[in-house]
Design a protein. Structure first.
Length: 163
C-alpha cells in the first residue's frame, strides 16, 4: 500500500470515529442543556458580539457548524439583522441545526449545507464573520488546510473576523 493510500485510510478512520462520536452526542444531548460539550455556547464567539453591535446587517459563515452551538447564540444576539450559512459534513448535524433554529425562532436566518468544509466554496468578500471552531484540523491535507485558509481570508469583508 502506498503512503498516500495509508494517509487517506487513516483520515477516513479518524473521520468515521468523529462521525460516530458526534452522532452519539447529538442523539443523547439537547443543545444548551445536559453536561456535555453542547451545554454552553463557545465563549470566544459570544465575546465577539459587542464588536458587531453597530453593524446594520451581518453575514456569518459557520464551517463545521454542527447543531448550531456556535452560530445560534450569535444570530440570536442580532435577531433580524444577521444571516448565516452553516456547513457540516454530517446530515444529522444539519437536520438538528434546522430544528434548533426553529426552536429558537431564527429558522429564516440560517441556511444549512451538508458538505465537507474543504469543498464548500467561499465567495470573495461575502462574510463579516467566518467561524471554524474545532473544524479546520479535520481537512484532508496540509495543502487543503492552507488553501482553505486563503479562501477564508478572501471570503471575509474588510474589517471582518475569522474565529
Amino acid at each position: 500500500m502506498r503512503q498516500t493510500e495509508k494517509k487517506k485510510n487513516r483520515l477516513e478512520q479518524i473521520r468515521e470515529a468523529e462521525r460516530f462520536s458526534h452522532t452519539q452526542a447529538y442523539k443523547q444531548e439537547e443543545l444548551f442543556s445536559g453536561e456535555g460539550w453542547l451545554k454552553k455556547p463557545v465563549k470566544t464567539v459570544t465575546d465577539l458580539i459587542p464588536y458587531f453591535q453597530e453593524y446594520a446587517k451581518i453575514r456569518v459563515l459557520d464551517l463545521g457548524c454542527g447543531v448550531g452551538r456556535t452560530c445560534i447564540p450569535f444570530i440570536q444576539a442580532f435577531r433580524g439583522k444577521c444571516m448565516a450559512d452553516g456547513v457540516d459534513i454530517l446530515d444529522i448535524a444539519i437536520e438538528l441545526l434546522k430544528r434548533n433554529c426553529r426552536k429558537y425562532g431564527i429558522e429564516d436566518q440560517v441556511s444549512g449545507h451538508v458538505c465537507p468544509l474543504e469543498e464548500y466554496p467561499i465567495p470573495r468578500e461575502s462574510y463579516d464573520l467566518i467561524l471554524a471552531v474545532s473544524a479546520l484540523e479535520h481537512v484532508d491535507s496540509t495543502k487543503t488546510f492552507f488553501r482553505k485558509l486563503l479562501e477564508i481570508r478572501e471570503g471575509i469583508i474588510p474589517g471582518g473576523i475569522f474565529c
